[in-house]
Design a binder for this molecule. Structure first.
Ligand SMILES: Cc1cc2nc3c(=O)[nH]c(=O)nc-3n(C[C@H](O)[C@H](O)[C@H](O)COP(=O)(O)OP(=O)(O)OC[C@H]3O[C@@H](n4cnc5c(N)ncnc54)[C@H](O)[C@@H]3O)c2cc1C
Ligand SMILES: Cc1cc2nc3c(=O)[nH]c(=O)nc-3n(C[C@H](O)[C@H](O)[C@H](O)COP(=O)(O)O)c2cc1C
Ligand code: FES
Length: 581
């Protein structure tokens, strides 16, 4: 049975850049068999789920982990030092004893797949005729790192693709050579990237060797609770990597194995940024220097964001929703933090159309960026009046229609949730403008986003913004009152990103050519790329501006590096590049 416990880091050392060995002291004796792993809580790093890490050694009182930094969780883990505590769920994995007496054991590790094989080596060396480790990695420095952590008395064959340490090439070359030798029956256990595992399996079949593979997969629980880590079996159905594996006989599995996303944040960070011009993009008739906009309500009217964190990387500004009359906004409290997000019910507090035109619009224009004016209203007539006035102003690059406003003439129903109301509003606002492009900003609080999308496009929208906030609620447990004075608020931030990605994808498939502004929970370049690939032409940063006001510059830098890494000449190549679109 698995349990959670807190272990203390006894020692931590760097094996090679980005790869660290942690030796943990357990609070109680516990022996783990080779092939097992632990689920490490990395929540302080902003992650939700535990991260699976193989046991590289276990002597009953201590555990050895070797971790490569690839993302948030592992970056946090590799920065642990002696004395730090780690919360572990363990043991994980089907702990099974292999019958290897009288056999030779060849352990083949590729990159960070190598550490669990140290555990196999230590455990099975006394039980086998011979145990040998073949370790391969891209660079010699990494291979050296693993060598320094390998069990001292196990013979090693080292291979590096760059040839700087050991043999040059792939682990499959020495594997073939060893299997061709006259030797006792051989068992091979391999752990590493999927193409390496597939090649090892093939070679073992040729040389009649028993082949096991130690698999990785994306995991949530690590203990069989969720059925999330399923892998298809030749015999039919699925087995769970966490509960039935991670060690499987290669012949039991259906090949190729299910693909896991490639961790690329660190690889991309190391790429050189593509030229600044590579971010230039057209959004309908608008020509923008970057595809990074700032979302209405999260950047003031523009100068506020400039004062808070700067406008580096910003391609256009979308101003706070403006209504005909000034609005003081909703009663306080108006905001509250939620897991990976926040609720807001600001109530469209704004200076009103007159002051907007006299003060705010000129100040926004002075920033020398295209200004997209977001407008709202309580009746169709109010929207139309605002649109007529805004349409007459100079320097309005486009208008964004906030349709998440309650319609007082129709019992407070939000314009964006009723296709007939939305279609009528879009048509009349478009007619009131003086040719400026009109983007309708859809609300996600509907069952099928393609219905309002269609209503807007068929009634004259030049483009769509997806998405506004999702309605949510939080309760103060001490007072039994809603935390937000208005009872409910709009949920924004990373929590809503998958909803935004899904809706952008749905709408892009319906309208291959309609310009789309994608937003919802974008925190960094990786999130921005997700929305762009799913179908957005440009993206907006919203809540992220509130806690990282310089974020647009970081996103621009990351996107330029991603273009280099993907070998793309410009950002428009990335937009709508989803496979199977
Ligand atoms: C049974 C098992 C044993 C493992 N043993 C080790 C080990 O000994 N040492 C080690 O450094 N790593 C090991 N891993 C991989 C490690 O769990 C992932 O690298 C880690 O979960 C990534 O978390 P992150 O927060 O750093 O990355 P995230 O920010 O979550 O993601 C970064 C990238 O990594 C991808 N990713 C996330 N989880 C995995 C995964 N399980 N496999 C492949 N890609 C993933 C994400 O999809 C994303 O592309 C093991 C994985 C499994 C399933
Ligand atoms: C504090 C706050 C105020 C907002 N005000 C407006 C607004 O006035 N008009 C509007 O169309 N959207 C408004 N939004 C919604 C955002 O523009 C954006 O659509 C939403 O927050 C999702 O993006 P995000 O998760 O990146 O923040 C507001 C969001 C927040 C967090
Ligand atoms: S990760 Fe939940 S069942 Fe394997």
């Amino acid at each position: 049975m698995s349990k959670t416990l807190t272990a203390r880091v006894r020692s931590a050392r760097t094996l090679s850049p980005g790869i660290r060995e942690l030796v943990l002291t357990l609070p109680e004796p516990l022996t783990m068999l080779p092939g097992s792993f632990v689920q490490v809580a990395t929540r302080p790093a902003g992650t939700l789920l535990r991260r699976p890490i193989s046991v590289a050694g276990s002597d009953g009182t201590e555990l050895r982990l070797i971790v490569r930094a690839v993302g948030k969780g592992t970056n946090w883990l590799v920065s642990r030092e002696a004395g730090d505590e780690l919360n572990l769920l363990l043991p994980c994995g089907a702990e099974r004893e292999l019958a290897l007496e009288g056999r030779r054991l060849l352990l083949v590790g590729g990159g960070i797949g190598t550490p669990p094989l140290f555990h196999f080596a230590e455990y099975y060396q006394p039980k086998t005729v011979e145990t040998r480790l073949i370790i391969g990695a891209l660079g010699g420095e990494e291979v050296e790192g693993y060598r320094s952590a390998a069990p001292a008395d196990v013979p090693l064959t080292l291979v590096s693709e760059d040839g700087t340490v050991g043999e040059q090439g792939l682990v499959t070359t020495p594997l073939k050579r060893l299997l061709a030798e006259d030797s006792p029956p051989t068992t091979v256990i391999a752990c590493g990237p999927e193409p390496m595992l597939a090649a090892v399996r093939q070679i073992c079949a040729e040389y009649n060797a028993d082949c096991y593979v130690q698999l990785e997969s994306l995991m949530a629980c690590g203990t069989g609770l969720c059925q999330g880590c399923a892998v298809p079996m030749v015999a039919g159905g699925y087995k769970l990597v966490c509960k039935d594996g991670p060690l499987f006989r290669a012949e039991e599995l259906v090949w190729p194995l299910p693909a896991t996303p490639r961790p690329l944040r660190i690889e991309v960070a190391r790429s050189a940024p593509a030229p600044k011009e590579s971010l230039a993009i057209s959004l309908g008739s608008l020509k923008l220097k970057t595809p990074i906009l700032v979302a209405s309500g999260t950047a003031g009217y523009g100068p506020e964001l400039q004062a808070a964190g700067g406008l580096e990387g910003v391609g256009a500004i979308i101003t706070k929703t403006v209504t005909l009359e000034p609005r003081a906004g909703n009663p306080a409290p108006r905001i509250c933090e939620t897991p990976a997000g926040m609720l807001n019910s600001i109530g469209l507090a704004n200076v009103g159309l007159r002051r907007f035109i006299e003060e705010k619009l000129p100040a926004a224009r002075a920033l020398n960026l295209p200004v997209i004016v977001n407008i709202g209203g309580s009746t169709t007539e109010e929207y139309v009046t605002v649109a007529e006035e805004i349409g007459q102003q100079d320097g309005v690059a486009a208008v964004e229609l906030n349709v998440s406003c309650p319609n007082v003439d129709h019992g407070g129903i939000h314009f964006g949730t009723d296709p007939a109301l939305l279609g009528d509003l879009t048509r009349r606002v478009k007619a009131a403008l003086k040719g400026q492009p009109l983007f309708v900003k859809l609300t996600p609080n509907v069952i099928d986003i393609t219905i309002p999308a269609q209503a807007a496009v068929e009634n004259g929208a030049d483009g769509l913004s997806l998405i506004n906030t999702l309605v949510g609620m939080a309760v103060d447990v001490a007072s039994s009152r809603p935390i937000i004075a208005n009872r409910v608020g709009g949920l924004s931030g990373p929590a809503i990103r998958p909803v935004a990605v899904r809706m952008v994808d749905q709408v892009r498939r319906l309208f291959p050519d309609v310009p789309i502004i994608g937003l919802g929970g974008i925190e960094d370049w990786h999130d921005a790329a997700e929305l762009l690939i799913a179908g957005a032409n440009v993206i907006c940063l919203g809540t992220a501006n509130l806690y990282n006001p310089g974020v647009a510059g970081e996103v621009a830098d990351g996107l330029r590096r991603l273009l280099t890494w993907r070998g793309m000449a410009g950002i428009s190549e990335l937009s709508s590049s989803l496979n199977g679109m």
